[in-house]
Design a binder for this molecule. Structure first.
Ligand code: SF4
Length: 202
């Protein structure tokens, strides 16, 4: 660390840490893509109006549970908490600098975000039905945990992207993990078979 770190800044790495550094009351931390989607669904339906701030983490437990954390997420969280106990609690942010940069437009987007239009699987009904079946077949072979590690927000979206030729089936990390285990099992089976054959020939 380079200095200037605070416990509240470090706590952003896990669920519930971000709201701790905010003056806002009625905050709602949520982690895990599926839970986040449910909460955002409730927001859209107007069910969560009492919350002033919703702290959403796609990864389980927050960043410490992300797919790029090489440590066990609970161990990583424990380490971050212990480290935070040794750091000062207060904010290290230079508010004047932040306000100046805000006025300069440093935190504004150059262009408004446009929602991506819904993409049909095909322009004619017959091909769309064929592709829909293919998408459902791919979806049935996926783990269905909506982890987001492939870059798609859900397994359903990933399956649609595969059918549209925008990604490859192998990019689901769990699929190639399963394939790897299958190959290891097959290799072990062949080695055992070879041992039995060698034993029978003695
Ligand atoms: S397709 Fe695989 S990597 Fe993508 S969200 Fe589903 S389980 Fe995760």
């Amino acid at each position: 660390m380079s200095g200037g770190e605070t416990a509240s800044g470090l706590s952003w790495a896990f669920m519930g840490g971000f709201p701790r550094s905010l003056p806002a009351e009625n905050t709602l931390p949520v982690a895990g893509l599926r839970n986040v989607m449910r909460i955002l669904d409730d927001v859209e339906k107007g069910r969560l109006r009492r919350y002033a701030f919703i702290d959403c983490h796609a990864c389980p437990e927050g960043c410490v549970g992300g797919c790029l954390t090489v440590e066990n997420p609970y161990v990583a969280r424990g380490k971050a908490i212990r480290l935070g106990q040794r750091l000062p609690a207060g904010p290290a942010t230079d508010r004047d600098l932040v306000e100046q940069r805000y006025k300069e437009g440093a935190y504004q987007m150059d262009e408004p975000l446009a929602a991506r239009p819904l993409r049909p699987l095909a322009s004619d009904v017959s091909s769309a039905i064929t592709k829909m079946k293919e998408r459902d077949r791919i979806l049935a072979s996926l783990p269905g945990i909506d982890c987001g590690a492939c870059g798609a927000p859900s397994c359903h979206a990933f399956a649609a992207d595969v059918v549209l030729g925008e990604t490859e089936r192998e990019l689901c990390v769990f699929s190639w993990q399963r394939e790897l285990f299958d190959r290891i099992e097959e290799l072990a089976r062949l080695v055992n078979l070879q041992k039995q054959t060698d034993g029978g020939n003695r």
